[in-house]
Design a binder for this molecule. Structure first.
Ligand code: HEM
Length: 495
């Protein structure tokens, strides 16, 4: 329903563009870079600027802009004027210079405009809340959360497989609900009614790219209303959890209580913070496994190779732990011992993260600067368009193809551009000070979920007219969600 709503919004955009054209208000902006400023991508219509062409085919738009204007250019779209940075080298400059290109003010602004967390209240706690949040999601701390995730994913996915055994079902219905509830339970416990929240969550998430692009609330009230409901449910949960002994409260929620209570922040603000976390942990990761399965379904021989790898590793583990059968409580142990012995599966998942993400890291120019030979003014915002690197044919051979074993030996050592090595050839999690804090959890989560799925069932295409496509209108928010779905025949495996 939300997609329909957004489609209408896009159509309205196109209609407005057309009428402006008819009214003869169009102007042609073919300004070349002057006075050392980044060049502007040419556009016809004031205010709308490049919004329509950018929305229609963003990959083509960026490629053309890079080919004609170089790695730094301005895009005027929907009343905004943003500078995009597309080369790995210059993106690295932004990531490394947090003093010149800062992020905290932007994080605070997004928290307020998107997640309803008032800046003045948040400013009182950022100094310890942000670093503590970061620490909590570091590799050293996430062990118990990952263990719980494996347990809940087992508990939620395996009954689903059993109930769908022998049936043709939509891949979405098999994967997404259990992936959503398991991640939520790992961070919040079962007390948060994740399943009930899903449709409101999805409605808000569907519009997330438009909300972050600054489309006002009055133009799209439904997704905002849906998010209000998510916040209300989280607040109710929070009030209940706050009554518990802190030792019994999951880590992230404990941090929120320990931050908000002494600072006098309301339960609603605490709920907004936690709902923001819920968005970050659920919006992306669940689609990585989905895309991987879609790729494997299209390549049965590669599916077989991934399955063989997993079966070999799992049989070896079971052989070495004959008194510990695989179960909801031991699957985490198996993954901890074996995750590094699954190079093909790991490579395929990394390849999905390269091919299926559109990640924008945003920075604010904090002091006068020069980038790629262009002058930048204080206060301007820059966007690191990492997908341009992911799809750069100089950096990646056959960049538009899914290559299962591309990363089988780890990060690409031979990735180069202009004769220089490109260490940041893949940046699905952004980088620098705003790099995704959940990336360590996410990578293990996706692998655990995929291993569970392939362990307990096999999937065959039951019916598909067209394969799911990427929703390319969802620019810059992480993994690109699918448009369409595929029907799969589920066969439970008897191990
Ligand atoms: C495959 C899954 C995921 C992808 C592709 C992803 C991607 C991203 C991206 C692109 C950013 C912004 C990076 C930037 O601005 O440079 C981000 C930020 C963030 N992500 Fe993730 N994410 C994923 C999973 C998760 C999970 C599971 C969690 C939590 C458990 C999480 C928590 C966060 C947080 C807290 C931030 C904000 C960091 C900050 O503002 O400093 N993410 N993520």
């Amino acid at each position: 329903m939300a997609s329909e709503y957004l489609q209408n919004l896009t159509q309205n955009f196109a209609a407005v563009s057309a009428s402006l054209l008819v009214l003869g208000l169009a102007v042609v902006s073919l300004r070349k870079s002057s006075s050392g400023r980044p060049p502007v991508v040419p556009y016809w219509l004031p205010w709308i600027g490049s919004a329509v062409s950018l929305g229609k085919d963003p990959d083509g738009f960026f490629k053309k802009a890079v080919d004609t204007l170089g790695p730094v250019f301005r895009v005027k779209a929907a009343g905004r004027d943003m500078i995009y940075v597309t080369s790995p080298e210059l993106i690295n400059v932004l990531y490394r210079n947090a003093k010149t290109y800062d992020f905290v003010p932007i994080r605070l602004e997004i928290s307020e405009t998107v997640f309803q967390i008032p800046i003045p209240q948040m400013t009182r706690v950022v100094d310890h809340y942000y670093p503590d949040h970061h620490r909590l999601l570091s590799p050293k701390s996430i062990g118990p959360i990952l263990d719980r995730y494996a347990q809940y994913a087992f508990e939620d996915l395996t009954p689903k497989i059993a109930s769908m055994n022998g049936k043709a079902v939509n891949l979405f219905d098999l994967l997404i609900p259990p992936a959503f509830t398991a991640a939520s339970a790992a961070f919040f416990g079962r007390e948060l009614p994740a399943q009930e929240l899903y449709s409101d969550f999805a409605e808000f998430n569907d519009a997330f790219h438009l909300i972050t692009a600054g489309i006002p609330r009055w133009m799209m009230p439904a997704p905002h209303r849906a998010w209000d409901k998510v916040i209300a449910a989280v607040e109710e949960y929070y009030k209940g959890v706050k009554e518990k002994d802190l030792d019994e409260v999951p880590e992230l929620v404990r941090l929120t209580i320990e931050t908000c209570t002494p600072a006098g922040l309301s339960d609603r603000i605490a709920a907004c913070l936690l709902a923001g976390d819920l968005w970050a942990m659920e919006a992306n990761a669940i689609w990585a496994a989905y895309w991987f399965v879609v790729e494997l379904l299209q390549r049965p021989a590669e599916y077989e190779l991934v399955l063989q790898e997993l079966d070999t590793v799992r049989n070896a583990w079971i052989g070495a732990h004959s008194d510990t059968p695989l179960s909801s409580t031991t699957f985490a142990d198996f993954m901890r011992d074996s995750a590094n012995s699954l190079p093909l599966m790991s490579s395929g998942l990394l390849e999905c993260l390269r091919l299926r993400t559109s990640t924008f890291s945003i920075r604010r120019v904090a002091e006068p600067a020069e980038l790629g030979g262009y002058k930048l003014d204080v206060g301007e915002q820059l966007i690191c368009a990492t997908r341009s690197v992911h799809l750069d044919a100089e950096v990646h051979e056959d960049p538009y193809d899914f290559v299962l074993d591309r990363y089988v030996e780890g990060p690409l050592k031979k990735a180069t551009k202009n004769g220089k090595t490109v260490p940041n050839h893949s940046m699905p999690f952004g980088g620098g000070i705003s790099m995704c804090e959940g990336r360590h959890f996410a990578q293990s989560e996706i692998k655990t979920f995929t291993a569970l799925l392939l362990t307990y069932c096999t999937l065959e295409v039951a019916f598909t007219e067209t394969w799911p496509e990427m929703r390319m209108d969802r620019l810059g928010v992480g993994i690109i969600s699918p448009k369409g779905d595929v029907s799969v025949l589920v066969k439970q495996r008897n191990l």
